[in-house]
Design a protein around this ligand. Structure first.
Ligand SMILES: [Zn+2]
Length: 83
């Protein structure tokens, strides 16, 4: 969990090159916050950081990447459905 940092404006992980936040980042956030509102709040912070890093990004795409998609991934991880 050391090198999984976002690269903006590409929106990729500096550690593994996948779309950010990548699975290790989401797993870490779930460990820290669980699956409820605190996780959403943590993802909102990511969204906020991304919005500052890429102020010209389409808001819906950023929302999808920083909040919706990680929430879906978090639920998947929680079900033990790792793919
Ligand atoms: Zn990564």
């Amino acid at each position: 969990m050391t090198s999984h940092e976002p690269l903006w404006p590409q929106g990729l992980c500096a550690g593994c090159g996948l779309l950010w936040p990548c699975e290790p980042v989401v797993a870490q956030l779930v460990d820290e916050h669980g699956l409820g509102l605190p996780l959403s709040a943590a993802l909102w912070k990511l969204f906020d950081q991304a919005a500052h890093a890429v102020p010209t990004a389409p808001v819906l795409a950023l929302y999808e990447q920083c909040i919706r998609q990680p929430l879906a991934l978090a639920e998947k991880l929680n079900r033990g459905d790792r793919r």
